[in-house]
Design a protein around this ligand. Structure first.
Ligand code: HEC
Length: 134
C-alpha cells in the first residue's frame, strides 16, 4: 500500500481517527486468542488420568516397544516428554502419531506405528497428556 498510504498520511487527523479503533479491535482479538490458547494448553497438560492412560497403552501393546525410562524399540516416554517440552505443537504431533499409523523404523525395517486401540479422541488425548507429563 505504498502510494495510497502516502496520500492517506497527507490528511493527518483523519488517518489517526480511523487507525485507532481498528488497531484496538485487532489487539483485543489477538489478546483473546492468546488467552484462550493459554487456558486450553494449561488445561490440556493438567493431570491426566494415569490409570486410564496406562491401561489403554497396555491394551494397545505399546509396552512391547516403550517404557517410562528404559529404551526399548521405541524411545522411553520420558525422552519424548523432554523432546517436546515447551513445544506448542507437541499435543498435535503426538495425537497424529498415535492415530494415523506413521511409518517408523523398527530394527532397521520400516513398519507402521501402532495406533491406540480406541475411537475416542479424549482417550487418545489423555495418553498424549500422560506421555507429555512424564
Ligand atoms: C513395534 C514397536 C512399537 C510399538 C508397538 C509402539 N511403538 Fe511407539 N515408537 C516406536 C518407534 C521405533 C518409535 C520411534 C519413531 C521415530 O523416532 O521415528 C516410536 C515412537 C513413539 C513416540 C514418539 C513420537 C515422537 O514424535 O517423538 C511415542 C509417543 C510413541 N511411540 C508412543 C507409542 C504408543 C502410545 C504406542 C501404543 C499404541 C506405541 N508407541 C507402540 C515403536 C513402537
Amino acid at each position: 500500500m505504498t502510494p495510497r498510504a502516502g496520500v492517506a498520511f497527507g490528511n493527518k487527523s483523519k488517518t489517526t481517527e480511523e487507525a485507532v479503533p481498528m488497531k484496538r479491535s485487532v489487539s483485543v482479538w489477538s489478546m483473546a486468542g492468546v488467552l484462550v490458547a493459554g487456558i486450553w494448553s494449561a488445561q490440556a497438560l493438567a493431570a491426566p488420568d494415569v490409570a486410564k492412560a496406562e491401561s489403554l497403552m497396555k491394551k494397545s501393546g505399546c509396552n512391547k516397544c516403550h517404557a517410562l525410562s528404559a529404551k526399548k524399540e521405541g524411545p522411553p516416554y520420558k525422552e519424548t516428554a523432554a523432546k517436546y517440552k515447551g513445544k506448542a505443537d507437541a499435543e498435535q504431533k503426538l495425537f497424529t502419531h498415535l492415530t494415523t499409523n506413521p511409518k517408523v523404523k523398527v530394527e532397521g525395517k520400516e513398519e507402521l506405528h501402532d495406533s491406540l486401540k480406541t475411537k475416542n479422541d479424549a482417550d487418545v488425548k489423555n495418553v498424549v497428556e500422560y506421555i507429555l507429563t512424564r
